[in-house]
Design a protein. Sequence first.
Length: 202
Amino acid sequence: MTPDRRVSRFRADRLPAPLHLARSFLTAHYLRPTEKLRIAWGLARLGRVREDAEDIPFVDWLARHRQTPGTVRRFWGLVLTSALNEVPERIGLRYARKVFLDGFLRHRRGFEVELPSVPLGRLYGEELRDWLERHGIRARIQPVDTGPSHAAGPLILDTARTPRADLLVMGAWSRSRLAQMVLGGTTRHLFMHGDLPMLVAH
């Protein structure tokens, strides 16, 4: 919805991917025709990026491929914020590529976002523990607080070591690799200092 209260809705047609969202994209009123052409060209170029390409900051990739501040704000950033809760300046090319390829170019339902109807504390608390136990996994839910330092890496390792966990399962790289190197991060800390078996979703 734009300030004039006009609404653009993304709906999939019966066409196969990547054409299933073409009509919704072409009729989006908040994008000018020139911006739509620029975005379409960017999506086409992104589709040609190899999976093992250098993981540069996505905002740099966008600049190299002629995306304007307007297209970044009204399309690329909008999608990434809703999918990853991050802005293009803090996301690497590989994560952004996965969002747009899976969400727009490969799968008819990849763009859909489902919202939980119960509080996350319940969803990732008792309900998750009960589901795991029904599948033969003994789980103990233990909330932790990183405190003012927000240093999650050391806290995760300390928690997993007492009692010693058999396996640490985690997601990785919420920042670009460059940001991880410069600013540090949970994934980098666990890779460098972890002494437990880890299953990492990349």
